[in-house]
Design a binder for this molecule. Structure first.
Ligand SMILES: Cc1cc2nc3c(=O)[nH]c(=O)nc-3n(C[C@H](O)[C@H](O)[C@H](O)COP(=O)(O)OP(=O)(O)OC[C@H]3O[C@@H](n4cnc5c(N)ncnc54)[C@H](O)[C@@H]3O)c2cc1C
Length: 298
């Protein structure tokens, strides 16, 4: 993009960052690492609200199967610290706006200008209002059989509110669990502990003991930026992106659980997919910057 007088270099003097990354989960952290390795000036903002914030052990991530996600984030930050052009702030971004010449991210009332914004703000989950479910979310209660199915191998599990997906979820778990109970969540009064893991108290007065339960939460964008920027959405509610995370607004990228390209039916919500998306968007940011540099050598 050219400034009014055609001088990209001049415009850049007023822009503090090559990229501001909003989100310190796997997608944002990987974007920061990639930008750091290419010596781009980047700021990562992290409000500390992670989708897997209640999860003691994350699975299905090569070389880190079973690692505490908080430890993964700590290790990632330590790696990123080796790259001096990247700064990490534990802070909440309030607003993202596009001006004629830059993107502006407001943090604690301070506007920060940047050439690119990588949104990695994730999704928030609303669980069915069953007492006891929320306290066990991420441990004995989960949504993803790829992440938490094997931990219940050879045991009884329940599928609680997967709606149209219940049969598919039960079929996926069939080779893993000894038995899969599909239960209408309306009929579950509360969830407590049992020697097997969970005790489901049903409305008819009976109980079912299972090792774990799978529920399909209602997920929504955690941050308001897609709305603020008027980003194009997918039917899933996620932000519509191309394979490199580019959104419908120039210079704005969206990665991780909050976005997906047209060829996928929904966000591929996993650590590995979020890491891959974060890396691709950072590559696209570097390529865009390199194109500008190549067009106006100093
Ligand atoms: C219960 C559960 C268990 C899971 N277990 C696994 C597993 O075992 N293996 C696996 O591969 N996947 C698992 N997942 C999926 C995985 O957690 C997500 O796919 C992954 O965390 C997505 O990463 P992300 O970077 O997109 O978002 P997140 O990890 O959710 O990170 C979002 C980031 O954005 C920040 N943010 C949001 N708004 C703002 C703001 N305004 N200002 C600043 N920062 C902001 C947050 O603080 C956070 O840092 C699980 C998910 C759930 C719900």
């Amino acid at each position: 993009m050219k400034s009014h007088d055609g001088s990209e270099r001049k415009r850049k003097e007023f822009i503090v960052y090559d990229a501001i990354i909003i989100g310190g989960g796997p997608a944002g952290l990987q974007a920061a690492l990639t930008l750091g390795r290419m010596h781009r000036k980047a700021l990562l903002l992290d409000s500390g609200a992670y989708r897997n914030g209640t999860v003691p052990h994350a699975h299905n991530l090569l070389t880190n199967d079973g690692r505490d996600p908080a430890e993964l984030r700590r290790l990632a930050r330590a790696e990123i610290a080796a790259y001096e052009t990247v700064e990490i702030q534990d802070a909440v971004a309030a607003e993202v706006a596009r001006t004629d010449s830059a993107l502006v991210v407001t943090v604690d009332g301070v506007p920060l200008s940047t050439t690119a914004v990588i949104l990695a703000t994730g999704l928030a989950d609303d669980l069915p209002p069953i007492p006891g479910l929320g306290e066990r979310w991420g441990d004995r209660v989960a949504n993803c059989p790829f992440c938490h199915g094997h931990e219940f191998a050879g045991q009884r599990v329940a599928v609680l509110n997967a709606g149209d997906h219940a049969a598919m979820l039960a079929a996926m778990l069939e080779p893993v669990a000894s038995e899969v109970l599909v239960i209408d969540p309306e009929g579950v009064r509360d969830v407590g502990d049992a020697a097997t893991g969970l005790r489901l108290h049903l409305d008819d007065g009976t109980t079912e003991d299972v090792a774990g339960a799978f529920v399909a939460p209602t997920s929504r964008q955690r941050a308001p930026f897609a709305d603020q920027l008027g980003l194009e959405r997918q039917e899933s509610g996620a932000v519509r992106v191309d394979p490199f995370g580019r959104t419908s607004v120039e210079g704005v990228y969206a990665v991780g659980d909050m976005a997906h390209p047209d060829h996928l039916p929904g966000p591929m919500a996993s650590l590995a997919a979020a890491i891959a998306a974060g890396q691709l968007a950072a590559v696209a940011v570097v390529q865009a910057d390199a194109q500008v540099r190549a067009a106006s050598p100093s």
